[in-house]
Ligand binder design. Structure first.
Ligand SMILES: Cc1ncc(COP(=O)(O)O)c(C=O)c1O
Length: 399
């Protein structure tokens, strides 16, 4: 059984080729002799479920790593998981293997838009959305989220209507739930977006990679559960990588119920010759989905308690910071503007004075200045260390 103690264990990741740990100092330009606390990039400092480790080890011990088939068991595990956890029933032929969610949405950009076409995103947002729009010479169209008085974020539907109506805008990529602002979008919110897009011929890409990571009291809504009209206009990207800590195994999948959209997407996949799986990711996915569901529930409890700890610590010790209510994901979005520092100073301070590696607010585009994103997917001892370092660095700042 997976208990709290499992997630409490400190696992040494330095020297393992982990980008989060071994790439941290270089990423932030901090001297290699400084021991930073890495809370950037979205992977977890927890071991995988022991059953996944065993299954991958067994596969590795076969000792031959030639080309492999895509077995039925891979699709069956996905169909069962999506139906159990996300409450819809994809058919096998709707499911397409991809080596990652980023390649998954990039293929949609390439298949359904031409250079110069507009793609709508809701900033501040997971920066690879913006990077891939730019890398493919498309135009980013922002439907910026609105921050309310209490710090929570909502969508601007009037602005979205105007942008969706513009025939130059062909695609919308939505982060559901939202990275970095932590919103678990409600069915009503998603339905409005889905209908605005469907009514204006804008295809929706729903990135649901964080769908399993729900804080207490929140439930994920899959875009494809809302209506047949919305389902026929939606491309959904999923992966077991955030939930089960498998990002380095490069195994994700896209689900497309609409035959015409799916055919165009598959043609793009073939044009890039992306069809080979690796040996380990699909084995890990099947084991995770078929045998490790208990891990998800225990993990969400643990992250939720880290969230409570983080929020209380900040409330009691660092009232100049404001934490946005985290509804989903393990990534918490913190407003540092109350420190009186400029955006540049905040981003320098966190790495060079507090020695914590975080995702900088400005990476997420409009609305990100003055914010930092902290990953809470770590044992409590790491979180305590980071918060103590943050407190003492803030006390010493400017002295
Ligand atoms: C919203 C979102 N999409 C995609 C990814 C990465 O997907 P992958 O590693 O499967 O390409 C992340 C990772 O943090 C993410 O937060």
């Amino acid at each position: 059984m997976i208990t709290r103690e499992f997630f409490d264990q400190y696992v040494e990741r330095r020297g393992t080729r982990s980008i989060k740990w071994d790439g941290c100092n270089a990423k932030f330009g901090v001297d290699p002799s400084v021991e930073m606390v890495p809370m950037w990039i979205a992977d977890m400092d927890f071991k995988c479920h022991p059953k996944i480790v065993e299954a991958v080890t067994r596969k590795a011990q076969e000792g031959i790593y030639g080309y492999c088939v895509k077995p039925d068991s891979f699709y069956e595990a996905i169909m069962s998981w999506v139906s159990r956890r996300y409450h819809w029933e994809p058919k096998k032929e709707w499911i397409i293997f991809t080596p990652g969610v980023i390649p998954g949405f990039t293929l949609a950009i390439q298949a359904f838009t031409q250079p110069g076409d507009g793609i709508i995103v809701q900033t501040p947002v997971y920066y690879p959305f913006m990077d891939e729009i730019k890398n493919n010479q498309r135009t980013m169209v922002e439907n910026t989220l609105v921050q309310k008085e209490n710090g929570s974020y909502v969508m601007d539907y009037e602005d979205l209507e105007v942008k969706a109506r513009d025939p130059r805008n062909k695609l919308m990529i939505i982060s559901n739930p939202h990275n970095p602002v932590g919103r678990c979008w409600t069915p009503e919110e998603l339905e409005r977006v889905g209908n605005i897009c469907a009514d204006n011929g804008v295809i929706v890409v729903s990135d649901e990679i964080h769908a399993d990571l729900m804080m207490k009291g929140y439930h994920h809504t899959a875009m494809c559960t809302l209506s047949e009209k919305i389902r026929q206009n939606t491309i959904t990207n999923y992966a077991p990588s955030k939930t089960f800590n498998l990002a380095g195994l490069q195994t994700a999948y896209t689900i497309i119920p609409n035959d015409k959209i799916r055919a165009a997407y598959e043609a793009q996949l073939n044009a890039n010759r992306i069809f080979n799986m690796n040996w380990f990711g699909p084995v890990a996915l099947e084991t995770a989905y078929n045998e490790c569901e208990e891990y998800v529930d225990a993990l969400c409890d643990y992250i939720d308690s880290n969230k409570q700890y983080f929020n209380e610590y900040i409330r009691e010790n660092l009232p100049q910071l404001k934490v946005t209510e985290l509804e989903a994901t393990y990534l918490t979005w913190v407003d540092f503007r109350g420190t009186g520092m400029s955006t540049e100073e905040i981003e320098h301070f966190i790495a060079h004075e507090a020695h914590i590696g975080v995702d900088m607010g400005t990476w997420f585009g409009t609305g990100g200045a003055g914010f930092l994103r902290f990953g809470l997917s770590c044992p409590r001892c790491i979180l305590e260390k980071a918060l103590d370092q943050l407190k003492s660095a803030l006390e010493n700042h400017g002295k």
